[in-house]
Every structure is written in C-alpha cells, then in structure tokens.
Design a protein around this ligand. Structure first.
Ligand SMILES: [Fe+2]
Length: 284
C-alpha cells in the first residue's frame, strides 16, 4: 500500500498571487508547511508528498533554492512542474541543479514506482518553447512524453497507473459551481489527448492535475480526474491518496485549525472546497 499527500499551487516567493480562488497566504508558507509536516509526523504513514506544480511563483535560482529549503519535510517531496515553475527558458536546468531531489529520474518527466503502482509525472507544456511559460494557456504534451508513457504502460501491463500533470483535463462542472457554464475549461484538444490515452490504457485509474486552485473530482471513462485547491489558500487543504492492490482511495484534509494567524474565507465560494463527491472517493 502506498499512501501519499497531493498538494499544489503554493506559489512560494510572493506575497500576492495573481490568480487565487480563496484568500492566499503564500508569505505564510513557512508556517503552513511546518503544520503540514507536523500532520505527516503525527499520521506516521505517509510515504511521500507529490506537488502538482506552481511550487514557486516564478523560476529564479534564488526562489528555487529557498523553496528547496522550505519544502524539506519528514518525507520525500516530488514535483510535477507547473507554468509558474517554468517562467525562464532555462528553468528545468535550474530546478535540476538547485533541487535535484524533487526529480528522482533527473528529468522533469519521471516515474514513481511502488510495488504494483506507478505514478507517471508528465508536466504539460504551454508554449512553443519546451518547458517554458510566458503567458500562453495552450496545454499539450510533446511526442517524447507520449512515447515515454506508451513504453512504460506497455512495460507494466498489470500495474495500476496514475498520471500527474499540471493542467486540468476538465473544466469545473456547473453542478459544483452553480455557474451558467463550466469554469476554467482547458482547450478541448488537451481533454481529447488525455481521454484518448486513458481509453487506450484502462490501467490508468486516476489523473492528478492542479492549476485551477479548486478541489474537483470528475469521473469519465471510469477514470478519476482530480484537481486540488491551493495549499497556500484558506483553508489550506491537501489530498490524501491511498493506492494498493485493489484499492484507490482519496480524502481531503484541511490544516486551518492548526494555523496561528487569522485567515479569511469567502463563504460565497465554497465550491472551491467541493462537494462530498469532490472531496473523497473509494474504489475497491
Ligand atoms: Fe498553474
């Protein structure tokens, strides 16, 4: 059994996030991560933390170096690079030099393998320049990423596979938001690419994403598509995922009661935390 924490969109290195859904406190990340680590130590059964991207607000050597220190927890931390982690053309080189332990494969694309479970870290691209983001929101995978995934999925046909990328695969459903139409919808081409992939490989059971700062859980083709709210925003939530032979389970945990500062919450936007079905599931 593998038990891990999934967090995202921490935006380390700023005191103001350009995009947020609830009030963000990235300047308090020291306290937030310290409470996360206290939770991990008390729980005692977490194997690692997977960060789904936008660990930092912008990619500079200083920011990455400081983030490496801030994210030194009691368990290993792995990162799937998000757009804000890639704001310099040489961002990947900086990450691999300054924080190599976040990338066990010495590459932004790698696998985490635990018994018969495999998590494929596949950071999507945004612009023509690979692994770089300026302002375009055109999520896509490159042929080398698809080839690598194909190879790995064929190599381990009996394993349970999870994908981790930064861009959501689906918009936030109207049933969750109450809006007139789906919110924060990715381009249809990205949705199609991922859906084609999971249809080809039924052993892919779950796709983890981030970027929208909202807890979502959409089930399509029998696959669980999950996003998580920003750990830096009230009420400081993370996903707890359990994966093992015949089990895939997710719950959502808030750290708000542990915080030593007053954090604002917008009760007009409770959709960010999601309904019960967006916050937990269990598949046996
Ligand atoms: Fe993002």
């Amino acid at each position: 059994m593998t038990r891990f924490i999934y967090i995202a969109d921490t935006h380390f290195g700023t005191s103001r996030m350009a995009y947020q859904q609830q009030q963000g406190y990235p300047e308090k990340l020291g306290s937030i991560l310290s409470e996360l680590d206290a939770w991990i130590r008390k729980d005692g059964e977490v194997d690692f933390v997977l960060h789904g991207g936008d660990m930092v607000n912008s990619a500079t050597e200083a920011n990455i170096r400081k983030a490496r220190g801030a994210f030194r927890l009691s368990v290993p931390v792995y990162l799937c690079l998000g757009n804000h982690d890639l704001t310099a053309p040489d961002a990947v080189d900086m990450w691999l030099a300054e924080a190599p332990e976040f990338f066990p494969g010495k590459s932004p694309d790698y696998c985490l393998r635990f018994g018969d479970s495999i998590i494929h870290i596949v950071p999507n691209h945004w612009e023509e320049v690979p692994y770089y983001w300026n302002d375009k929101q055109e999520p896509h995978f490159r042929p080398h990423q698809i080839a690598r995934l194909n190879e790995s999925l064929r190599k381990y046909p009996d394993a349970v596979h999870l994908l981790s990328t930064h861009s959501p695969v689906f918009g936030i459903p109207v049933e969750q938001t109450g809006f007139g139409e789906a919110f924060h919808v990715p381009p249809p081409s990205f949705t199609r690419t991922v859906l084609d992939f999971v249809q080809q490989y039924p052993r892919v059971r779950c796709v983890l994403a981030a970027h929208n700062h909202v807890n979502t859980h959409v089930v399509e083709e029998g696959v669980h598509f999950v996003t998580v709210s920003s750990l830096s925003e009230t009420p400081f939530e993370f996903r707890l995922i359990e994966l093992g032979p015949g089990i895939l389970k997710m719950s959502t945990v808030s750290l708000i009661s542990r915080m030593d500062f007053e954090a604002k919450y917008d009760y007009n936007k409770t959709f960010v935390q999601g309904r019960k079905r967006d916050r937990e599931f269990e598949e046996l």
